[in-house]
Design a protein around this ligand. Structure first.
Ligand SMILES: *[C@@H]1O[C@H](CO)[C@@H](O)[C@H](O)[C@H]1NC(C)=O
Ligand SMILES: *[C@@H]1O[C@H](CO)[C@@H](O)[C@H](O)[C@H]1NC(C)=O
Length: 401
């Protein structure tokens, strides 16, 4: 290796290390101005809550939901920067789970500079009631929730930035997190707007039934509506988490139907939102189509066809779309689709096929034929060229002209 090559290689290595370092520090903000905006609230709450409780939540930019998720995984054990005021001038470290009574005032402190907070969606659109107050001081930030309600139940977290010049990132010990329950003996579940919620049960994908209790001590069961029956929660196929609700780990068609959570607490019994569970046969991957044409090249006036075939899991719907040369000229597509079960490698597979027919081919039919096969996981394109054989009748044409 000569010295020049070596220099180039070292340079590449340095660049690579530098790029990796950039990745390591995700919540990087170019200037301090940006961080001063109390925007922490647009950031990341469980998907379901976002969608259901706050219609406005979807307006928040998607990108902002990514950063804090990474952070929260990191600062797991370090609650030291988060404290709670329990009496005047008296502070306590905040435990993993905190149980307060609805109506109480919550007063949290987070040590550090440029502190950001994250809190439940109930406090996001708080412009009218102003129950949430955040005050930033030199060395800490204060979050106050007055007139708390059961809907304020959820995760509260804060993180602070370390800045060197214009680069800011979250230090490992600069994250605090707690889950706070606001109990009300008359309201065992965090209220939701919907009486019914439709939830898809996808093959091979855990499904969360987000019935959030307001008291971690409540006894919660999962119930089927028709026929009325308690669903066995064994911790393996279905598990319960007091901070989330029930998770169905391996959805089966038999799980489909209407279910709800039931909470029992000191003789009070209440039910949650009802969940309409719909089983969706979810493909394990995007389709892998193959394409073939009945001819490699054609002459004017001939018929030919192009076939797009997907072999895959059974009971998965595959949608086909075509792009072909005559499209812009308004050539009407003539497409036939069909699905069969076939034996393939000792297994029953589904063969989905779409055939594009070109009748009485013309000059405009010369070119690239593309098939787009799509299922719930995504789409795949495959293409093939079909060429026009230069016309042999050209002299004839010249004569008539
Ligand atoms: C929950 O159920 C258990 C057993 O059924 C019972 O002993 C306990 O008192 C119940 N807890 C509450 C808070 O109702
Ligand atoms: C496609 O075209 C070829 C040649 O014209 C023909 O033999 C074949 O039957 C056609 N395929 C279908 C599926 O119609």
């Amino acid at each position: 290796m000569n010295s020049k090559t070596f220099a180039v290689l070292s340079c590449c290595l340095l660049l690579f290390i530098w790029a990796e370092c950039q990745k390591e520090n995700p919540p990087k903000t170019p200037g301090k101005k940006v961080m001063k905006e109390p925007k922490a609230r647009d950031i990341n709450f469980p998907k379901v809550l976002d969608k259901k409780n706050k219609p406005g939540a979807s307006m928040f930019p998607k990108t902002s939901s990514v950063k804090p998720t990474i952070i929260s995984n990191r600062g797991q054990q370090s609650l030291s920067i988060l404290t709670r005021s329990v009496a005047k001038g008296q502070f306590q470290k905040v435990p993993d789970i905190l149980v307060l009574t609805a109506g109480e005032t919550l007063d949290l402190r987070c040590k550090g500079k440029d502190v950001k907070w994250r809190y439940p969606p109930s406090l996001e659109d708080d412009d009218v009631e102003r129950r949430l107050r955040i005050k930033n001081f030199e060395g800490h930030s204060q979050l106050i929730v007055v007139k708390s309600t059961t809907a304020d139940t959820g995760e509260y977290s804060c993180w602070s930035f370390q800045c060197h010049d214009t680069e800011c990132h979250v230090g490992k010990d600069r994250m605090g997190k707690t889950f706070i329950f606001f109990t009300d003996p008359q309201e065992l579940f965090v209220p939701t707007e919907d009486y019914y919620e439709v939830i898809q049960l996808r093959t091979n994908q855990p499904t969360l039934l987000p019935c959030q209790v307001t008291n971690p001590l409540a006894n919660v069961t999962l119930q089927r509506e028709f026929p009325p029956d308690e669903i066995v929660v064994d911790g393996a196929d279905i598990s319960y988490d007091v901070k989330k609700g029930f998770t169905i780990h391996r959805p089966q068609p038999s799980h489909a139907g209407s279910v709800f959570c039931m909470a029992n607490m000191d003789g009070v019994r209440q039910i949650s939102t009802k969940y309409m569970l719909i089983y969706v046969n979810y493909p394990s991957s995007v389709p892998k189509p193959t394409i073939s044409a009945s001819v490699a090249s054609f002459q004017i006036g001939e018929h030919f066809n192009v076939t797009c075939t997907v072999l895959g899991e059974t009971e998965i719907i595959v949608d086909f779309t075509w792009e072909y040369p005559g499209q812009q000229m308004g050539r009407p597509p003539y497409v036939h689709e069909h699905t069969d079960l076939v034996q393939h490698g000792g297994q029953v597979q589904q063969k989905s096929e779409s055939i594009l027919y070109i009748d009485e081919a013309r000059v405009v039919d010369d070119g690239l034929y593309t098939c787009i096969a799509e299922n719930l996981q995504g789409s795949t394109r495959v293409s093939i060229h079909v060429h026009l054989i230069p016309a042999i009748q050209a002299p004839k044409k010249a004569k008539s002209a």
